[in-house]
Design a protein around this ligand. Structure first.
Ligand SMILES: [Fe+2]
Ligand SMILES: [Fe+2]
Length: 381
């Protein structure tokens, strides 16, 4: 009989104590929810939970720290959510093909998106494909290390668009009641401020913060009048930038607490693709025409009218600003990249965005639990 190694005995002990924790959790009513998301393909069980939380003994080629697993699992969940929202955009406004199947397009919506750039449909398709690849890769990597992939399928309960071109399937995210924060626009143009110094930034499109607006046609009644469907396309254009600037900050922020070199490489290799997306959408949103939606009064201003740099549309590269300490010279950087609490901050910003309107408290609890675990990760050297 093979002798148990110190490592496996340590894991067995840890697993036992985790099982008692799990039982306590059941009494408290939280573990069922945690188990639901931890279990691949909906399987729930203490055995699988112990697998997920195992291997807290430092980095090696064959095992991951508990913190690295938590970070990857949170990122997997974030990528699943990104995929869900991008899939909805692609069905109506992108290109439906073997790489990104589903839906058949909405000609009036595609035409309105094309006002921002003639290649919008291709870019929407490519961003969607990238997100699919992100969560698929992270889940496969987790499985290869004996950790459970994330599965949110049971929360696919939201009604999506009823417009011609959309699939009639359950959704995880809601793109029809968005409150889009466009302060990223002025944040990346400021030369003197940084959110990490407590600075706040005005929205480029203040109206998008003052209501709940669709970024896809809710049904075919949304396809006219012209300034209404254009406002929906404009909302999408600014929302694309909002989503991808989030990923642009999230990866470098979490990378600072990764332990294993290969996991760090994953974060450093996926993160900059989010920045590539952001850069593209940052450019395209600047082409959204100034207008007022006649159905709800939503105004898209002429961002170049003020003559100031804070909203100038062709300033799509990060302006140099303060970083770490005001004594240093200004530097062009991603902002913010602060690591403390970043996962929960990401969940909050998606909630504030309206993406989860209609989702169950159980879904939000699962996301918050994943974020809490990721935010508890500490770098081990
Ligand atoms: Fe992604
Ligand atoms: Fe993304």
């Amino acid at each position: 009989m093979e002798q148990p190694t110190y490592q496996s005995q340590k894991e067995a002990n840890a697993s036992t104590s985790r099982r008692s924790f799990f039982r306590q959790g059941l009494v408290l009513g939280g573990a069922g929810i945690i188990g639901a998301v931890l279990g691949g393909a909906g399987t729930i069980g203490a055995g699988r939970l112990s697998t997920v939380q195992a291997r807290s003994n430092g980095p090696s080629n064959s095992s991951l720290t508990k913190g690295d697993v938590a970070i990857l699992r949170f990122l997997s969940a974030a990528e699943i959510l990104e995929t869900d929202l991008w899939q909805q955009y692609n069905e109506l406004g992108g290109i439906q093909d073997s790489e990104v199947p589903g839906g058949s397009g909405s000609a009036p919506y595609i035409k309105a998106l094309a006002v921002l750039d003639g290649d919008m449909s291709q870019y929407i398709h490519d961003n969607t494909e990238d997100e699919i690849s992100h969560f698929t890769f992270i889940n496969a990597y987790l499985a290869s290390k004996g950790a459970d992939p994330v599965n949110l399928e049971k929360f696919r309960t939201l009604q999506g668009s009823k417009a011609t071109g959309a699939q009639h399937v359950g959704r995880l995210t809601n793109l029809m009641k968005l409150t889009v924060d466009t302060s990223y626009w002025t944040r990346y143009r400021s030369r003197t401020k940084n959110p990490e110094f407590g600075d706040t930034f005005p929205a480029a499109v203040p109206g998008l913060l003052k209501g709940q607006f669709p970024a896809i046609p809710r049904d075919d009644n949304d396809l006219s009048p012209n300034n209404h469907i254009q406002a929906i396309a404009n909302t999408a254009g600014f929302h694309f930038g909002f989503i991808e600037q989030g990923g642009t900050s999230l990866y470098p922020s979490l990378a600072q607490r990764v332990s294993n070199g290969e996991v760090l490489r994953i974060l450093l290799s996926i993160g900059p693709t989010e920045t590539a997306h952001f850069q593209t959408w940052h450019d395209k949103a600047g082409n959204a025409p100034a207008l007022k939606d006649p159905t709800n009064g939503l105004v898209f201003p002429n961002l170049n009218a003020s003559g100031g740099e804070d909203t100038q549309t062709n300033l799509i590269m990060p302006e140099p600003t303060i970083f770490l300490n005001r004594k240093f010279p200004a530097v062009s950087i991603i902002r913010p990249t602060e690591t403390a609490g970043v996962a929960m901050g990401a969940v909050k910003s998606l909630m504030d965005d309206g993406l989860f309107i209609g989702q169950s408290p159980e879904f939000l609890k699962v996301l918050q639990d994943l974020a809490t675990q990721a935010d508890a990760a500490e770098r081990q050297s």
